[in-house]
Design a binder for this molecule. Structure first.
Ligand code: GRF
Length: 203
């Protein structure tokens, strides 16, 4: 059984897509244990409660490992450990410390609204529009010590339309995110993700 912890900071629609997917029962060996938010006002907290998942808020001015230690303590309190856990970042607006990443090596996933390595960081949809790319999309990757730089698990493409705005493009990417992220959680739970250097081989 994989014990799942989800970290959010805002809307929580990706979290919701994962929780819905698990509720549908297609994957039975992933158990959502805790949703942790870095922001007390995160909309996603209410959504998590509707699923009956415990929630916790870690909101203070600490940085780096001083902050993350509280996250890790909370994960472990809910039995999301480096040997049995998966941590999904879903709109989590903080960089993870090296200590946290190393502790949960290749057990932390993130979803990003571009085809990495293009447009890492914030406002990726705007960067894609401004650059004039014809295709963008979303990426799920394992988290390493860099910014949106870990081994890529899977991606989905989205065409950029001539009349796209930030909102229309973001909405279409988000639709794809909601398909992509649960599918990666499933692959992880089936132990089908083999990481070799930068490459994730889906077995
Ligand atoms: C998504 O676009 C995700 O790719 C990015 O932040 C946004 C979070 O949205 N990391 P939500 O909170 O999951 O609705």
């Amino acid at each position: 059984m994989i014990n799942l912890g989800i970290l959010i900071s805002g809307r929580g629609s990706n979290m919701e897509s994962i929780l819905n997917f698990l509720k549908e029962g297609e994957v039975t060996d992933v158990c959502p244990k805790i949703v942790i938010s870095s922001k007390p006002e995160a909309e996603g907290l209410k959504k998590a409660s509707k699923f009956g998942i415990p929630t916790s808020i870690v909101s203070n001015n600490l940085k780096g490992w001083d902050y993350d230690e509280e996250i890790v303590n909370t994960l472990q309190k809910y039995n999301v450990n480096p040997d049995n856990g998966l941590v999904c970042l879903a709109g989590y607006m903080r960089l993870l410390s090296r200590e946290f990443v190393r502790k949960y090596k290749m057990r932390i996933m993130n979803i990003h609204p571009s085809l990495l390595p293009s447009f890492p960081g914030l406002n990726s949809q705007k960067k894609a529009l401004d650059y004039g790319v014809k295709v963008t999309g979303c990426t799920v990757h394992f988290v390493d010590e860099g910014l949106d730089s870990g081994p890529i698990i899977a991606q989905r493409q989205v065409a950029v339309l001539e009349n796209d705005t930030y909102e229309t493009l973001s909405d279409r990417i988000l639709e794809q995110e909601h398909i992509l992220y649960p599918s990666c959680v499933k692959l992880f739970s089936e132990k089908r993700l083999l990481v070799e250097g930068r490459k994730v081989i889906v077995t």
